[in-house]
Design a binder for this molecule. Sequence first.
Ligand SMILES: Cc1cc2nc3c(=O)[nH]c(=O)nc-3n(C[C@H](O)[C@H](O)[C@H](O)COP(=O)(O)OP(=O)(O)OC[C@H]3O[C@@H](n4cnc5c(N)ncnc54)[C@H](O)[C@@H]3O)c2cc1C
Length: 480
Amino acid sequence: MTSRRPSHSLRFIIVGGSIAGLSCAYALREVGHQVLVLEQSDGTYRSHGGIRSPPNMTRLLNYWGLGPALAKVSMKGSQFTFKDGESGDTMGLLILHEKLMKALQAEFLFIQHGDLHTLFYDLAVKNGVLFRYESKVTTIDPWAGTVTLQTGAKFSADVIVGADGYKSVVRPIVVGPQALRGIKDRRVSVNLTIPTELMRQDEDLAPLAESSEWTLWVGDNCCIHALLVSSKREYGMVIHLPFPLEGVDEHWNEHISIDDLAQRFENYEPRIRKLLKLCSTITPTLHVIHEPFDNWVHESGKVVLVGEAAHPLMPNGSHNAALAVEDAMTLSTLFALPLTPAQTPLLLSAYEELRQARCAATQASERQKRDFVCLPHGPEQRARDEGFRQARKRALLDWDEADEDFLRETWEEYIELFGFDAREAVEDWWTKWGGAMMRKGDIGGGHGEVEMGAGGVGGGERRVQAPTYEVSVMRDGVMV
Ligand SMILES: Cc1cc2nc3c(=O)[nH]c(=O)nc-3n(C[C@H](O)[C@H](O)[C@H](O)COP(=O)(O)OP(=O)(O)OC[C@H]3O[C@@H](n4cnc5c(N)ncnc54)[C@H](O)[C@@H]3O)c2cc1C
């Protein structure tokens, strides 16, 4: 795809500086816009939890040039292994065959949340994105295009991007009463981290400290899955348990007792019990299931949602970060098109149109897969396990030897998920609608150079004018 530049530089405010916010900030800046990120935290916390970067995400990270940095901190996944939680026997396998991965043109990677956060943060800073930490947004005026912080300071922008996650304050402004409708998930998800140096001292656990597998132990109404992150320094485990679990809220920074957790797994295979004893961090999260929201863009055409704010997924799925990164690629590719500022609402509508069906389908698929590996013991679970065993025999065959029906049955849905290219989706849309939009709009040309904010694209060569976002600030308790 040709790399484009918009004819005008817009001012974006991004509320929230996690994966969705940082990737949007970097990507919008990269195509020539001015970007300010407002983040409520002080920006120093890095989560140790594991993230899967499926090929649809890795492909975009590679496009942004993150490949070499990613190679240093990620692990290439080779297969998904399904084990019986109690006996530890391998029941099922999904091998990421080399030929398949070649066709997908990107790897399935395991990466630590904190490492990905740092990669995006560094890239955004290098490209001149502005950051304000300890800046909790409390109010948004979608028609005026302003956001107000808890401190009272007010900022204005051409576009406000709500990247403020699962409990977004921007969401209700855009979505309306639908934001309040939701049902508590039947399961809670617990994130655990184990230092691999401790695992290497135990002969049963040492092989796991080198393994490129994503291992899933399936049990009664429960599933544990784990993978290596952070250059094999940590083993990131996730447990999906039935709710209620005491002391659990919808946050990523609350902790529960390991002893409470361990006693639930006394009948599990020895490696699970040993792993639980070695945990260094435990973070539980609860999830509220929302039907897909009708609107992601406010009718003012100035406020848009991305990431978990737009499509809250159950925690620790395979596509939480991937969908956020796809959102960022979609938005930035659209905002690189040569349209006028007056056409901003049109671009935001295109973003909504391009993303909603994809995200809804992925949300549903993720939930269905999680429930499948968490079946309570009974006839359905026995049928599932038998299916795993049959499929395992065929999975061990070479890709060329496997029969077509088996490959289609196993891979059709994954290929749909992994093969999606967010840039291509915008290109297809532009091929269809671009001509009409170019005729309708007051396009490019006479508007001259893109005005760059502080830093300029690619590290600060083309500084023209520092962006102005502040409308009013608090000084000595007085609004000025
Ligand atoms: C601290 C943290 C740790 C996480 N760790 C993991 C992990 O280990 N594994 C995993 O799979 N997923 C993790 N997640 C979730 C993961 O980031 C998301 O599922 C996904 O990557 C998409 O993220 P997001 O940026 O849309 O939302 P989030 O990651 O939830 O980020 C939202 C951001 O917005 C900020 N914010 C919220 N409200 C306001 C406000 N009013 N004003 C200003 N800023 C605001 C938050 O502080 C946060 O930084 C974590 C999320 C957070 C916030």
